[in-house]
Design a binder for this molecule. Structure first.
Ligand code: FDA
Length: 389
């Protein structure tokens, strides 16, 4: 049987796009490499899938062209997805910062996407080894498991290479290059950072977490940071990791909730208080003691000059780490970079140079923050494409 569209990849973007196009009467084939569809959805949000973020807007995404995602995000909003979730009677809750999770299980989201595909008579095939993909006068031809499929439209929805043990691959980039589309260098994002050199001491605090403001370049995130046996993790670090580049300094404000001049005020109010104990008012004990040691300050506040206290506060508000790398694609929640948005229509996700070829989801150079944004991009880009097939 010939199809109107072949979608490579049965993840969030591919399945959603297939349902939209199928329900518009298009004959759609989804070819998925794994034995089951939507595996990243199943492990997302600790098994409860943080399926969108109510505040999702273009400012929550990284891309070489920050305007590219605007159109798709405006045409398919978090509210639209919530409406769909509610139509399937999937109970949900807002955890924090607009992040919406299933009350039950991420399995409900996968089941919903498959039900939407079924409504559109989409054919979903799993366990598919994609062979040659070619383009001729009669459209696209895809060899898979010894069969040949043809369609006038081909959608690349194979995601990025993060978490390779889940079957993630870089096939999207190979296909893009095959068709002459540029790829912005893919790099791990939403990923823990590793510490070496002078910072290595902090690895001894593995397991300690603290509310911080983390800064890399112009990006700032105020959430928790976690010290690990390799370096730094936790939401604040994962968020800034997407902006951090090798060789750059990462600044941590360990006192985001303390009033400016706090140490000097404490000295005036309680001169006998020990420096490290005062730090413990804002920081976990082990971290406070390590920072006090690194600052070389100890004893009662009255024994320390105002200048020393001012300098200590300044250092604690902009502690400089020099990460020596990231934990890589093995641990990255997403891949930044990908198929260049300059090659695609922001309205339809179709390649400008190759009519009939589309790319959606994480395969494209649009990367969201932590907190449901990446799924919203998968839905929005899948919707834009599904409407155009
Ligand atoms: P996705 O990776 O979902 O799908 C791609 C599909 O293509 C996969 O099914 C894959 O097997 C298939 N494929 C790959 N190579 C192929 C080939 N050669 N042939 C055929 N098929 C192939 N985001 C969010 O918004 N909220 C959250 O809670 C989380 N949580 C989370 C946890 C963890 C541990 C990870 C790793 C990631 C998240 N994410 C997330 C990110 C989110 O999972 C991700 O951005 C989306 O799944 C991207 O959707 P795509 O459909 O583009 O790729």
């Amino acid at each position: 049987m010939n199809f109107d569209a072949i979608i490579l990849g049965g993840g969030a973007a591919g399945l959603f796009c297939a349902g939209v196009a199928g329900q518009r009467g298009r004959r759609v084939l989804v070819l998925e490499k794994a034995e089951a569809v939507g595996r990243k959805i199943l492990i997302s949000g600790g098994g409860r899938c943080n399926f969108t973020n109510l505040g999702a807007g273009p400012a929550n995404f990284l891309s070489a062209n920050p305007h590219f995602a605007k159109s798709a995000l405006a045409r398919y909003t978090p509210r639209d997805f919530v409406e769909l979730v509610e139509r399937y009677a999937i109970e949900w809750h807002e955890k924090t910062l607009g992040q919406l999770f299933c009350d039950g299980s991420a399995k409900q989201i996968v089941a919903m996407l498959l039900a939407e595909c079924e409504k559109g008579s989409v054919e979903v095939r799993t366990g598919q080894q994609i062979g040659t993909v070619s383009h001729g006068e009669d459209g696209f031809t895809v060899e898979a498991n010894g069969e040949t499929h043809r369609a006038p439209a081909l959608v690349i929805a194979t995601g990025g290479p993060s978490i390779p043990k889940m079957g993630a691959t870089g096939i999207a980039y190979d296909l893009a290059r095959q068709f002459g589309l540029k790829v912005v260098e893919p790099r791990p994002a939403l990923v823990p950072l590793t510490l070496g050199g002078k910072d290595v001491l902090f690895r001894e605090l593995s397991g300690v977490s603290a509310p911080v403001e983390a800064r890399a370049g112009k990006a700032t995130f105020r959430e928790a940071a976690l010290l690990t046996h390799k370096g730094l993790s936790g939401p604040a670090i994962l968020q800034v990791s997407s902006y951090w580049r090798h060789g750059e300094v990462l600044r941590i404000d360990f006192l985001p909730d303390a009033a400016p001049g706090w140490l000097i005020e404490r000295k005036a109010g309680t001169p006998q208080a020990q420096f490290a104990s005062v730090l413990r008012e804002h920081l976990p004990e082990r971290l406070a003691d390590t920072l006090a040691g690194r600052l070389g300050l100890s004893g009662p506040l009255q024994s320390l000059s105002d200048k020393a206290l001012r300098q200590a506060e300044e250092a604690l508000r902009g502690w400089q780490f020099h990460p020596n790398g990231t934990e890589g694609f093995v641990k990255a929640e997403v891949t930044a970079g990908g198929i260049s948005t300059a090659e695609l229509s922001s309205q339809t996700m179709e390649a400008k140079k190759v009519p009939g070829l589309f790319a959606i989801g994480e395969a494209v150079d649009v990367t969201g923050w932590l907190g449901g944004y990446n799924f919203q991009w998968a839905w929005a880009s899948g919707h834009a494409c599904g409407q155009a097939l």
